[in-house]
Design a protein around this ligand. Structure first.
Ligand code: ZN
Length: 74
């Protein structure tokens, strides 16, 4: 059994519009925040956790072109 195999995270294909500039996207930068705890997960870093977090009540999901657009909303 191979061990320690590095898995490269691939963004899921999501058709949506950028929440900041309205541009249509297929592979957006997705930001998920959970206001109840203040815990913020970045889909690019924690891909395996995203589905679970999306299912939590109160999760706010934002779609952006990239981190630049996201930062403009802060
Ligand atoms: Zn944008």
């Amino acid at each position: 059994m191979p061990r320690g195999r590095k898995k490269k995270y691939v963004r899921p294909r999501i058709e949506c519009d950028c929440d900041y500039c309205g541009k249509s996207l297929e592979y957006p930068y997705v930001h998920i925040s959970l206001p109840r705890t203040g815990y913020i997960v970045n889909i690019k870093q924690k891909g395996d956790d995203v589905v679970l977090n999306k299912q939590k009540p109160g999760a706010v999901v934002g779609h952006y072109c990239n981190t630049e657009c996201y930062r403009e909303t802060l």
